[in-house]
Unconditional design. Structure first.
Length: 498
C-alpha cells in the first residue's frame, strides 16, 4: 500500500512538473492599458501583443523587416503602391480566416477609428483594395519611407473584425500564437496557446502569464525565487547580482527608444502654466538637467544621455544636436529673462522604482535653476490617460523606438500626431517631417530632420533624457531567448531545457 502511495505521489509530482514546464510567467514593469493594438499606447502592452496579436511584418534581431502574415511585398516604381501577398490558411482566434478583406478592415479601423492612436502612423494611406483573398493593394497619397516599418508594430497588428464592436480592449480576439484567457487589473494577464496558429509548433508553452511588478527589486526577487521565468528591464543596480547568479541569465541589448519629459503647451486648461507659455523656461529646464548624473547615479553607466529622439544607431542621429553639458548659469538667466524668481510646476510620471529615482534627481537639479517641481507619481496605465486628456503640466514621455526614424518623431511633435500629448504644433516642423516621409534617400532625409530638430531645440516641447537599454533576465534553464532592439519578448523557439 505504501509502495502504491509512493508511485501515485511520484506520478502526480511528474505530472505537476510537466504542467509547470508548459507554463511561462513574465514579470513586467507596468500594467498595460487597453488590449486593443489600435488604441493602446504602453510599451508593456506591446510586449503582450507580441504573443497575442500577429502582424503583417516584423523585424529580426538585425532590424531587417521579415514576413509574418504578409509573406511577400513589392512597391510600384514611384513608391506609392504597396502590394502584399498574405499567408494562406492563417486564422484569427475565433476561427475566421485572415484574408485580404480582414486585413483591409484592420488597416481601415487603425487609420479612421476615432479612438485610434495609429492614425498618424498610417496617414499616408489613401486607399486599400482587395485584389483577391490573399492579395492586398495599398495606395498612398505620396511615397512614405517609413510605412513598412510602422506595419512591424501595432499599426500592422490584426484582430478579428467580428470583435470590433465587442470591446476588444477588454476581450481581445486576435491572431497570434497565444489567445486571450483573462485579465485581472494590476495582477495578471493570462494567454493560452492557440493550436491553429500557422506556426504553432514553434511555440512550446501551453500558457503565458504576464504579471505587472513595478518594483525592480520585487521583480528580481520573484525571478530568483522561481515565481516568474523572465523579467524585463532589470535595474542597473541589479546587473552585477544577475551576472553573479548561475541560476539566471542576463540578456541585454541597446534599444531604439528614449525617456523624456513633455511640456503641455496647448492641451486643455493645464497648458496654462509658465513652461507651457514660455519656451525660455523650457530651454532653462533642459539646461538645468545633468544627464551624465542620471546615467551614473540611476543607470550605472547604461543610460546614455539623449538630446534628440534618434538613437545613435539611427542614420538620422546628429551628434551636434542639443547641448552636451549642463549650463546652470544660462538656465538661471533664462528664468530671470522670463520674469520669474521661482517657477513652480507639477511633473507627472509612472510610479516605478527607476522613474522615481530619475525624477527626484531632475527635481533636485532643476531647483538650482529656480524651478520648484512637485512630483506626481501615478499608476502607469493611468498616466497614459492623464497625458492623452491633457490633465498634466509636465509629464513623463517614454518611447521604445522604431526602426525608421519617422517612428521616433512624427507622431510626437506633428500637429495631428497620435501621441502628441503636448499638442505642440509648428507648421514648418510638419512640412519638414512630412517631406522626410516622402524621400527614400537617407542623406536627404537627414537634412530635413536636422532642420526640424533646429526648430524643436528652440521650441523645446520635449526634453530628452536618456536612451533606453533593454536588459532582460531569465531562468538559466530557459533556452532560445533573444533580446531584440525593440524590447519585445518573442517566444518563437523558446523553451525550457529538457
Amino acid at each position: 500500500m505504501n509502495v502504491l502511495k509512493t508511485l501515485v505521489l511520484g506520478a502526480a509530482l511528474l505530472a505537476s512538473t510537466s504542467v509547470m514546464a508548459a507554463d511561462l510567467r513574465i514579470g513586467l514593469q507596468d500594467d498595460p492599458d487597453v488590449l486593443d493594438p489600435h488604441r493602446a499606447r504602453t510599451f508593456v502592452g506591446r510586449i503582450v501583443f507580441t504573443s497575442l496579436c500577429d502582424k503583417l511584418v516584423d523585424i529580426n534581431e538585425k532590424l531587417d523587416i521579415v514576413p509574418r502574415i504578409a509573406t511577400e511585398w513589392s512597391w510600384s516604381d514611384d513608391g506609392t503602391v504597396l502590394t502584399m501577398k498574405l499567408r494562406e490558411g492563417a486564422t484569427f482566434h475565433d476561427g475566421t480566416p485572415i484574408d485580404a478583406a480582414a486585413v483591409k478592415a484592420n488597416l481601415d479601423r487603425a487609420r479612421t477609428d476615432s479612438e485610434s492612436l495609429r492614425k498618424s502612423e498610417l496617414k499616408s494611406i489613401a486607399d486599400i483594395a482587395v485584389a483577391d483573398a490573399s492579395t492586398l493593394t495599398i495606395t498612398l497619397s505620396g511615397p512614405d519611407a517609413g510605412l513598412l516599418a510602422q506595419l512591424t508594430d501595432r499599426a500592422g497588428m490584426l484582430m478579428s473584425p467580428a470583435s470590433f464592436d465587442n470591446e476588444p480592449g477588454q476581450n481581445p480576439v486576435c491572431s497570434g500564437p497565444y489567445k486571450f484567457v483573462e485579465r485581472v487589473q494590476n495582477d495578471r494577464i493570462v494567454l493560452e496557446k492557440f493550436p491553429e496558429y500557422w506556426n504553432a509548433d514553434q511555440y512550446h508553452f501551453d500558457r503565458v502569464t504576464f504579471v505587472p511588478m513595478p518594483d525592480t527589486t520585487v521583480r528580481l526577487a520573484n525571478l530568483r525565487a522561481g515565481d516568474v521565468d523572465i523579467i524585463e528591464r532589470v535595474a542597473p543596480s541589479d546587473l552585477e547580482t544577475v551576472k553573479g547568479d548561475a541560476a539566471i541569465t542576463l540578456a541585454s541589448v541597446t534599444g531604439l527608444g528614449y525617456q523624456a519629459i513633455e511640456v503641455n503647451v496647448a492641451n486643455g486648461a493645464k497648458a496654462d502654466n509658465p513652461l507651457g507659455k514660455d519656451k525660455r523656461l523650457r530651454q532653462a529646464l533642459n539646461l538645468a538637467i545633468d544627464r551624465d548624473v542620471i546615467n551614473q547615479v540611476v543607470g550605472a553607466g547604461t543610460y546614455q544621455p539623449a538630446h534628440q529622439p534618434f538613437p545613435p544607431a539611427s542614420f538620422a542621429y546628429n551628434e551636434e544636436i542639443g547641448s552636451r553639458s549642463r549650463d546652470i548659469e544660462r538656465a538661471k538667466a533664462l528664468v530671470k529673462e522670463a520674469g520669474f524668481d521661482r517657477v513652480p510646476f507639477e511633473l507627472t510620471f509612472g510610479n516605478n522604482t527607476i522613474m522615481q529615482q530619475v525624477f527626484e534627481l531632475v527635481q533636485a537639479m532643476a531647483a538650482e535653476a529656480g524651478f520648484d517641481i512637485s512630483l506626481r507619481p501615478t499608476e502607469f496605465a493611468a498616466l497614459q490617460s492623464v497625458l492623452k486628456s491633457g490633465e498634466f503640466e509636465v509629464g513623463q514621455s517614454g518611447w521604445s523606438g522604431r526602426v525608421d526614424p519617422d517612428g521616433n518623431i512624427h507622431q510626437y511633435v506633428s500637429c495631428q500626431g497620435g501621441l502628441n500629448d503636448a499638442k505642440y504644433c509648428n507648421e514648418e516642423v510638419d512640412r519638414l517631417l512630412n517631406e522626410a516621409r516622402t524621400r527614400s534617400d537617407p542623406a536627404t532625409r537627414v537634412k530635413l530632420y536636422d532642420q526640424a530638430q533646429a526648430i524643436l531645440q528652440e521650441d523645446m516641447p520635449v526634453i530628452y533624457l536618456f536612451y533606453l537599454p533593454w536588459p532582460f533576465a531569465h531562468k538559466a534553464t530557459l533556452e532560445g531567448f533573444t533580446a531584440y532592439p525593440d524590447g519585445m519578448i518573442r517566444l518563437e523557439g523558446v523553451d525550457f531545457s529538457s
